[in-house]
Design a protein around this ligand. Structure first.
Ligand code: MP5
Length: 195
């Protein structure tokens, strides 16, 4: 089974991971003051955890998956630079500790260091596909949030997700269990953003 079939096999779970009152409020401009800033700091932590996971996955990936994973690692480093710039502009403290959902998601990624490569690739694809679909629901975004919506829905991001899909499919059959673990972690992450 190709990984692209996973969302339609688990529609309710997928909806939880890709829709949220937070994203609706980003679209409509009704986000409470400070909610985006709180969320940005947590996402910066998440991206740092994702880079650690992805760099280790690159180290053990099959040849055909190396290029997309290496390109993704560079993009994550650039993403961390972007968070540093955004934090300076908005006066955010990126050293604020991780919230429980961020810790749990990081723990999941850490556990996946020991998973089969195909399972880990399915997980990484699910992380990125969920995020792309989720931010797409916030389009075009209220004017004050539009730059963030555009940042996470650019065509290059969709192309990256498609390349991860191909790498995951090449590495083996899709794994429902890891998909559902990622979906639960994404769902909890959005719930933290705007409970
Ligand atoms: C991503 C993210 C995608 N930044 N945050 C969450 C909670 N899930 C997924 O990461 P990126 O930065 O697109 O690789």
């Amino acid at each position: 089974m190709p990984v692209a079939e996973l969302p339609s096999r688990h529609p309710d779970a997928w909806r939880g991971a890709t829709t949220s009152p937070f994203l609706d409020a980003v679209r409509d401009g009704t986000l409470p003051a400070g909610a985006l800033d709180t969320w940005l700091v947590q996402d910066a932590h998440f991206v740092a955890d994702l880079l650690r996971f992805q760099a280790r996955l690159l180290a053990r990936a099959p040849r055909p998956a190396q290029a997309v994973l290496a390109g993704g690692c560079v993009a994550l480093v650039e993403e961390l630079d972007w968070f540093t710039r955004v934090a300076a502009e908005r006066g955010l403290d990126l050293a604020v500790p991780r919230l429980p959902a961020t810790i749990a998601y990081g723990d999941l990624l850490y556990r996946l260091d020991a998973a089969d490569v195909g399972v880990a690739l399915t997980a990484l694809w699910a992380v990125e596909r969920a995020y792309l679909d989720a931010w797409s629901t916030a389009r075009p975004g209220a004017p004050q949030y539009r730059q963030f919506v555009e940042h996470w829905t650019v065509p290059g991001f969709a192309a990256y997700v498609a390349a991860l899909e191909a790498a995951a499919d090449e590495a083996g059959p899709a794994d429902d269990a890891v998909f559902l673990e990622v979906v639960a972690a994404e769902t909890a992450f959005w719930e933290t953003a705007l409970p």
